[in-house]
Design a protein around this ligand. Structure first.
Ligand code: MG
Length: 158
């Protein structure tokens, strides 16, 4: 077996009155992400981890925010596209691990649904998809509720 590892990172700003899409699902919230796409910062970090494992660039390069084609796009469409590129090159997704830093709302009730939706999009078992959430104890831009920060790691095998 041959293995590749990739990491991804993304930040989006929060604003009142926007929908919050995170980890492939909509979270009930008074604030949502400012973005060209649906703003799903967790899916964006995950895409960059998968792309990074194969040195395929990043989602900003593949799906530019200057293009109307990707305006308001469901980020799961981008993830499906990235996974299809990975498979086309002969690789399988071994596992992914995502850490979301968000002060509010609390994400614990939504983690299971995020895992199953992301696993479905990637066509892998849910036990290969980890989603973790943390606050930053009110420190920094995340702690002040100004934004959300996400780190993702992906292991590929062939
Ligand atoms: Mg993004």
């Amino acid at each position: 077996m041959e293995y590749r590892i990739g990491q991804g990172y993304d930040v989006h700003q929060l604003r009142k009155g926007l929908p919050m899409w995170l980890g492939g699902i909509q979270i009930p919230s008074e604030v949502g992400f400012v973005a060209h796409s649906d703003g799903d910062v967790a899916v964006h970090a995950l895409c960059d981890a998968l792309l990074g494992a194969l040195a395929l660039g990043d989602i900003g390069h593949l799906f530019p925010d200057t293009s109307d084609e990707w305006k308001g796009v469901d980020s799961k469409v981008l993830l499906a596209d990235v996974v299809s590129r990975v498979r086309t090159l002969g690789w399988q997704v071994g596992n992914v691990d995502i850490t979301i830093a968000l002060q509010a709302p609390k994400l614990a009730p939504f983690i299971g649904q995020m895992r199953s939706v992301l696993a479905g999009v990637m066509g892998i078992d849910v036990d290969r998809v980890s989603v973790k959430a943390t606050t930053t104890e009110r420190l920094g831009f995340v702690g002040r509720g100004e934004g959300c920060e996400v780190w993702a790691v992906a292991l590929l095998a062939k």
